[in-house]
Ligand binder design. Sequence first.
Ligand SMILES: NC(=O)c1ccc[n+]([C@@H]2O[C@H](COP(=O)([O-])OP(=O)(O)OC[C@H]3O[C@@H](n4cnc5c(N)ncnc54)[C@H](OP(=O)(O)O)[C@@H]3O)[C@@H](O)[C@H]2O)c1
Length: 244
Amino acid sequence: MSDLLNGKVAIVTGGSKGIGYSIAERFENEGAKVIICSRNESELSDAASKLSCESYQLDVSDSQSIKSMVKWFSKEYGKLDILVNNAGLIRPGKITDTTEEDWDLQIKVNLKGPFLMSNNFIPHMAEKSSILNIASTVGLRAMRGAVAYCASKGGVVNLTKAMALDLAGKIRVNCICPAVVDTPMVDERVQAGNVSREVLANVQPIGRMGKPEEIAAMALHLCGPEAEWTTGSIITVDGGQTAA
Ligand SMILES: NC(=O)c1ccc[n+]([C@@H]2O[C@H](COP(=O)([O-])OP(=O)(O)OC[C@H]3O[C@@H](n4cnc5c(N)ncnc54)[C@H](OP(=O)(O)O)[C@@H]3O)[C@@H](O)[C@H]2O)c1
């Protein structure tokens, strides 16, 4: 560890577990002051005490709860250096069987969430700050049986590019597209009987799922001082999945 984020303040949405937890842990280890956010209060406070970091209970699809956080944040911290829009969820379903409710939920959390967080926090962001969106390889190429999830992640990819243009020279905006990463989200899909761990491992040419720390390593690069000329970039971290 090399203190790459010394003195920086970072918000990581969906930081109570999985990829968000690993990003928060890596950023803390690099000297950042991290605030994690998610909905489930007990999981959030357990994660915050394990990480010895701050937490704020938040639903990223709810603009009122974001506005309350902004008020609290600007009083407590003043300026924000890094915003990681990581919170997300999946409700599998084909075009023929996805309910309007499942469509709305995934678009609200996965796509409107990053918009609302960015829209509300940008006025409180420091010079040379950065935003990182976590999309998915299915934002670049679809998978069967997840129509709303694919649409939401495709939206995040192009939202990233549009934001990078609007904010060029002020705030860098980048996006990571992971393939399958071994997190509670994957456990849920396996437990629901949708798919096996073996199948999920083998959708990557490398033959295994990613580890959350492998996404955190790229997050650190994109949000750190070595990526100052990188904005509007969509980076796959995917065990070779999109090479095929
Ligand atoms: N794991 C994968 O294979 C994979 C692959 C590609 C992309 N991704 C993306 O990577 C991100 C993280 O995924 P993960 O696998 O780490 O998922 P995870 O293990 O299910 O964790 C998701 C996190 O997001 C939070 N969250 C969900 N809805 C929220 C909301 N409305 N407001 C605030 N927080 C919310 C969850 O906490 P609460 O439920 O308590 O709110 C949790 O902290 C997601 O955007 C996901 O789509 C994952």
